[in-house]
Ligand binder design. Structure first.
Ligand SMILES: [Zn+2]
Length: 254
């Protein structure tokens, strides 16, 4: 499965909380760490493109579990299709994709990933500030979209500040497919000890001259208007006038 952890899904959301929470440090990488930690506790092989310190886990001393492996993007890509049953935690999807190479190489990699994902039994958690940083094909195949939201531990109030020093907890909301209640919740101080919160992720192969030529990608894209099905007159046969009118109204043809 491919999981996307983002700050928000759309620009013009009517949701008062998510329209305000496009701030750095609202827990996207912490969310990845939280889920990787869960997988590591189950004994699964975990590979991340940032440094982790799971030896600080409250459970590690007592139970012991497989430590995650750090790899840079190039190491992850080399041999990617030979590794099986791995959970990847990859911060900053756009930098990772830059490391894959030019758009043609990216397309080939994503297609390989999509066709072999099940056989390889891999799970990948990607994060990015914006959903539009995800390559189109990758976005299409990302089945779960999570948005973390940060709250204060003492009074439960929502935190909208990037450099707030109060003690926080994070609730992870599954926006797609939509779940009304948070699917996970964790203490930022506990999870914060498990990785380097200041680490800067670098892409391995950067091509500045190509990036200049890159066509400008709109920052946001609204969800496309669902295609309306045309009313087939055959379907209206046998309906009363009232029923026909209702069907047409619902289909926007009345
Ligand atoms: Zn705060």
């Amino acid at each position: 499965m491919i999981f996307g952890v983002v700050a928000k899904l759309y620009q013009n959301t009517t949701d008062a909380i998510s329209s305000n929470d496009i701030i750095a440090g609202n827990g996207k990488t912490a969310t990845i760490v939280y889920f990787c930690h869960e997988e590591a506790q189950r004994g699964r092989r975990v590979i991340t493109n940032f440094h982790t310190y799971f030896e600080n886990s409250p459970f590690y001393k007592a139970a012991g579990f497989r430590m995650p492996e750090y790899m840079d993007a190039q190491e992850i890509l080399d041999g990617f299709f030979d590794r099986e049953d791995v959970c990847y935690g990859l911060s900053e999807v756009q930098k990772f994709m830059n490391s894959v190479g030019n758009p043609t190489a990216q397309k080939a990699w994503v297609e390989g990933l999509i066709s072999q994902r099940r056989k390889l039994k891999v799970d990948i958690l990607f994060d990015s500030q914006r959903i539009m940083s995800f390559d189109n094909r990758l976005r299409e195949h990302t089945k779960y979209w999570y948005i973390p939201r940060k709250f204060h531990m003492d009074d439960g109030s929502f935190c909208q500040s990037e450099d707030c020093m109060r003690h926080h907890f994070i609730q992870v909301f599954q926006e797609v497919p939509f779940e009304i209640l948070p699917i996970a919740m964790f203490d930022c101080e506990v999870i914060g000890k498990l990785y380097n919160t200041d680490e800067i992720i670098r892409d391995v192969i950067s091509a500045p001259e190509k990036q200049k030529k890159k066509k400008k990608v709109p920052e946001y894209e609204e969800a496309p208007e669902p295609k309306r099905k045309k009313v087939n007159p055959e379907d209206l046969k046998g309906l009363t006038e009232k029923q026909k009118r209702r069907v047409l109204e619902r289909m926007g043809e009345a």
